[in-house]
Design a protein around this ligand. Structure first.
Ligand code: CUA
Length: 185
């Protein structure tokens, strides 16, 4: 075998190897798409839990006095909120810093969405579905939480305040109140 032939053999086997790697990556990505599509359902984001829009304000999890931040019996911090044309209920949300916070939200009319400042807390609120995700806010401070889905003429005025307070302060307040509300100011 001369030098030319040997280098050709090396090139062919390298090409085959890389072709196999590329095909494996494509197959893996397709499998992930199919799996997440079937398992988690692509729409709406995060979960497929449904809720009846017609009775949203009357009974169940999203009645007005059940909205806001609460520490559940199992110790989880849960924020429940509703988006409606053109405000969030509650108008100000308070959470502890450095502790996982679970959001559960829905909409009573159009599709809304929200993002908390420059964090990864970001979801759509779709009528009839409960959007839920869990995230942690490492730093204390106040952020804005605007609606980021065009929901009608009042869309740009739809936003809430979002306060991250030190965890010890939060849990001290959680001992005396079932729902924790924002510090005024
Ligand atoms: Cu609600 Cu845009």
């Amino acid at each position: 075998m001369n030098v030319h032939c040997a280098s050709e053999t090396v090139a062919v086997s390298a090409e085959r190897r890389w072709a196999c790697i590329v095909i494996a990556i494509i197959v893996l990505l397709l499998a992930m798409m199919v799996w997440t599509g079937l398992h988690w359902a692509a729409m709406p984001p995060s979960r497929v839990e449904t809720v009846d829009v017609r009775t949203l304000h009357l009974k169940g999890e999203f009645v007005e006095n059940n909205l806001g931040t609460a520490v559940e019996k199992d110790g989880r911090v849960v924020v429940r909120l509703v988006g409606q044309q053109y405000s969030f209920v509650p108008q100000c949300i308070v959470v502890p810093a450095g502790v996982p916070v679970t959001f559960r939200g829905t909409s009573s009319d159009a599709i809304h969405g929200f993002v908390v400042g420059r964090t990864n807390a970001n979801t759509m609120l779709i009528p009839g579905f409960i959007a839920t995700f869990t995230t942690t806010f490492p730093k204390a401070g106040e952020q804005l939480m605007p609606c980021h889905e065009y929901c009608g003429t009042g869309h740009e005025a739809m936003w809430a305040r979002f306060q991250v307070i030190p965890a010890d302060e939060f849990f001290a307040r959680a001992k005396t109140a079932e729902r924790i509300s924002c510090v005024p100011g």
